[in-house]
Write a protein that binds this ligand. Structure first.
Ligand code: NIG
Ligand code: FE
Length: 428
């Protein structure tokens, strides 16, 4: 007698397990190892995967009854639920007017220096009620789920004062559990220098270190602390000070590193043992070496470069050749990346970062899970892991990246429950 299961997905044209990479992030050649099973099946009990393999083998090992949910994935591709390890999901307002400015050649840092950009979103977010922030974020989460995202990291950073940073992280906590996408919270109080500290940025760093960080950590509202280490924003010295304080309070570290100017952010992230270093468009050769010799995951955000109309993308091939563990994320935010679709990011990564489709799959599943400290339970289809999976209406996994901008997600399963299904169109 086989084991009784609650959900059985079977007959997938390609079942992509990405199995075997839970202990440490995949790097170099390992990134193309995605564990493809043809005519594959997954069986689930109590929200966890109990069997994975060729359909024939799985059917022999499990038992179903009328209560078992069956998903026939014939002609379709199944991936682990996609993990988006870098978003700025909670904000009010939007900044579509920046499009005209960017077309006219005004740079991202120039818009910020004029008091716009992040600071414009800070004004809107401070003024918004928690209920409004939650409602807006929920709308974006629906879009993300429909594109296959089952887990996302979410940063604060549009408050830049005690009250609004706490308000934002509280909203993240409330959103966790009241909708299907699982959220991992990051405190990014050092996202910009707020207008009231414009003439004394060091005093803002004091405020973050002495008041806001302890309040966030004391309430258990964040797992990670991140800093926007950038020319004219926070220096490497200020970044080190904030991250050291965060670590003393028990938070793990992330870093917006070498995005626009090469300040040595990658080296700093590796030296401090950060879980991830993100952006890295301007990473140095030394930075690549240090990341390759560390367990810090490089989170690349090609949709940001695309939306900022940049001509230079992060040197992904060089990083992969040197053995850096690479993940991909949307960077969803109202300014530099109003993109929350991981399949779109995956398509851009193939074309602009020259990442191979198999490497891209690893980068949005197991390596993305490593980038938020969740690889022990998410990011691959293996017995014992939480049953998060996405069924794509695609004949091969490469097709998902080939059909840029198409909506191919058929079904999404989170913790063993079907949480999203594509509705058909009325046809003649
Ligand atoms: O990761 N670089 C800093 N922070 C975000 C942008 C936030 C914004 O423009 O609102 C980023 O690109
Ligand atoms: Fe970001």
């Amino acid at each position: 007698m086989g084991e009784k299961v609650d959900l059985l997905l079977h007959s997938a044209a390609e079942l992509i397990t990405v199995a075997g990479g839970s202990a440490r992030p995949r790097r170099g050649r390992e990134m193309a190892d995605i564990g493809l099973i043809r005519d594959g099946a997954v069986a689930v009990r109590d929200g966890r995967i109990v069997a994975v393999g060729p359909t024939r083998d799985v059917l022999e090992r499990v038992e179903t009854d009328r209560a078992t949910i069956e998903i026939d994935a014939r002609g379709k591709v199944v991936l682990p639920g996609l993990v988006d390890p870098h978003t700025h999901l909670v904000f009010a307002g939007s900044r579509e007017y920046e499009l005209e400015m960017k077309i006219a050649g005004v740079s991202y840092l120039e818009i910020l220096a004029r008091g716009g950009g992040i600071l414009d979103t800070v004004r809107a977010t401070r003024a918004a009620s928690p209920a409004r922030l939650k409602e807006v974020a929920q709308g974006y989460l629906r879009e993300m789920l429909a594109q296959g995202t089952t887990t996302a990291e979410v940063k604060s950073g549009y408050g830049l004062d005690l009250e609004t940073e706490l308000k934002t992280l509280q909203v993240v906590a409330e959103l966790n559990g009241c909708q299907p996408v699982e959220l991992v919270p990051t405190f990014l109080g050092a996202h910009a220098v707020p207008p009231e500290y414009r003439d004394n940025p060091e005093a803002y760093v004091d405020l973050v270190v002495e008041e806001i960080l302890p309040a966030v950590a004391g309430r258990g509202l964040a797992r990670f602390c991140d800093v926007f280490c950038e020319e004219g924003v926070f220096s490497p010295e200020q970044t080190r000070r904030i991250l050291s304080a965060a670590r003393r309070l028990g938070l793990e570290l992330k870093l917006h590193a070498d995005e626009i100017e090469p300040l040595g952010g990658a080296e700093l992230a590796a030296q401090m043992g950060a879980t991830s270093a993100d952006h890295l468009v301007q990473i140095s050769e030394q930075g690549i070496r240090e990341l390759a010799n560390s367990n810090t995951v490089a989170v690349l955000l090609p949709a940001t470069t695309f939306c900022l109309m940049g001509t230079q993308y992060a040197p992904a091939r060089r990083m992969l050749e040197q053995g850096v563990a690479v993940a991909l994320a949307s960077d969803f935010n109202p300014g530099s990346s109003p993109v929350n679709s991981l399949p779109l990011v995956m398509g851009i990564a193939c074309r602009q970062l020259k990442m191979r489709p198999a490497e891209v799959v690893t980068a949005v599943t197991i390596n993305a899970a490593h980038a938020i400290g969740q690889a022990y339970r998410l990011g691959s289809l293996e017995p014992g892991k939480q049953a998060d999976l996405v069924v794509f209406d695609a004949p091969s996994y490469q097709y998902i990246m080939y059909r840029l901008g198409a909506q191919l997600v058929d079904t999404v399963v989170k913790a063993g429950r079907v949480v999203w299904r594509r509705r058909g169109m009325d046809a003649c």
